[in-house]
Ligand binder design. Structure first.
Ligand SMILES: [Zn+2]
Length: 402
């Protein structure tokens, strides 16, 4: 296990705005919360049988069956090497809003990538023979004497191809995101495909398939079907405190709740039908390692109560802030008891550990910080000098890869 250094920032704010913190604060894995007010998530009373119900739904959900067998006509070989997992936040659709010099500009420079950068990264990944795989194809759950056991699954890929897992964190479109250059929500366009709705800086409504990860990747795979194994795309990690995918499904008592729910469900279905999977990113974007067990367990249960009914069961948990808790920790046990089996944190290099009860995987953060601090480490994936957007405030002329 490679632990990353304190310099590598692994978190991203997020839980805070909607939870009543008046000023926006950027956090790192190592300085967050110290001496600062911590947001409180209103405890919700979770019926005791809810977790059991969650577990049984996980096992029975047809969508959770793993599809790892490639189409018969494509020759495949067993893949033995390391498995890359990269993640992004929602794309910067409007750099003029993200990099406008306000108090969030530095955060956007640090934590996000632009549309232009994302497209160049995709081109590079494809040229370097990466193929997208479904994170669920790495392991399987088996029942043994009433206990769930995890087994790793062997990966079969076309010769010469390298597996890549992709995830997107916080695809919730929090209020601050809409004000700072991200799109507003995912919608279905006239053709029934996933598109992104936003209002441009000029005040015009826009429905586009060219300014967010999902439609861009969908179109890329249409153009290059060999970039995806069995149509796999990526994993979408969602919190719940400001709703999901741009729909305010957190306001359970709002007169608009049913309308919002009805609007988001077809979007979720289309995502599932086109190779996207979902993960929990906690309800209130808490740092699992730092909060109390009580707070963490309530947060987890609230996510299961509010978000899971919308997206369906998932056994993937993606820690906010790149935080983590390890096997043996009561919080880890609670996550297992809640049905989660795949745990993703953040690290600077591929890491995958399959145990009898769970899987742990690290992800590389692809963002401005990585562009500046990890140029050399990123070379197997892309050359930062070739992808970095000159509109970034921190942009410097290409230099020697370090
Ligand atoms: Zn996050």
């Amino acid at each position: 296990m490679k632990f990353f250094s304190g310099k590598i920032m692994v978190g991203f704010t997020l839980g805070l705005l909607a939870l009543g913190i008046s000023s926006f604060m950027w956090f790192t894995a190592h300085n967050s919360h110290s001496g600062k007010p911590t947001p409180s998530v209103t405890p919700s009373s979770i019926p005791p049988d809810l977790l059991t119900e969650h577990n049984s739904k996980l096992a029975s959900e047809p969508g959770n069956e793993l599809k790892v067998e490639p189409p018969a006509q494509i020759p495949t070989v067993a893949y033995e090497g390391q498995i890359e997992h990269i993640f992004f936040h929602p794309l910067i659709a409007y750099p003029e809003l993200a990099f406008d010099g306000d108090s969030l500009s530095k955060g956007y420079d640090d934590w996000f990538v632009t549309v232009k950068e994302f497209k160049k990264i995709l081109d590079s990944l494809y040229a370097k023979q990466y193929v997208l795989i479904d994170i669920r194809s790495l392991y399987e759950e088996k029942q043994n004497a009433g206990k769930t056991e995890i087994k790793s699954k062997s990966l079969k890929l076309p010769p010469g191809k390298k597996p890549l897992v992709l995830s997107i964190d916080d695809l919730n479109y929090y209020t601050y995101m809409r004000e700072n250059g991200n799109v507003f929500r995912l919608v279905l366009d006239k053709q029934g495909e996933i598109a992104a709705y936003s209002v441009t800086p000029q005040g015009e409504e826009s429905v586009s398939r060219d300014n967010e990860i999902i439609p861009i990747l969908d179109d890329f795979v249409k153009l290059h079907p060999d970039f995806s194994v069995d149509g796999a795309k990526g994993t979408i990690a969602l919190t719940g405190y400001e709703g999901i995918l741009g729909y305010r499904t957190d306001q359970l008592n709002s007169p608009d709740f049913e309308k919002n729910k009805a609007a988001v469900l077809p979007v979720i279905q289309q995502l599932k039908d086109t190779g996207w999977t979902f993960a929990s990113h906690g309800y209130g974007h808490l740092d699992a390692a730092k909060v109390t067990f009580d707070r963490f367990s309530k947060d987890t249960s609230r996510w299961i109560k509010e978000v899971e009914p919308l997206i369906g069961p998932t056994n993937i948990y993606i820690f906010p802030f790149g935080s983590k808790v390890l096997p043996g920790d009561p919080k880890y046990t609670f996550l297992l008891d809640s049905g989660f089996r795949m745990f993703c944190s953040v690290g600077p290099a591929p890491y995958l550990m399959v145990s009898t009860d769970s899987v742990r995987m690290d992800r590389r953060h692809i963002d401005g910080i990585a562009f500046h601090d990890q140029k050399k480490r990123l070379l197997p994936l892309f050359d930062v000098n070739e992808v970095i957007d000159e509109r970034r405030p921190s942009y410097e002329k290409p230099s020697v890869n370090k």
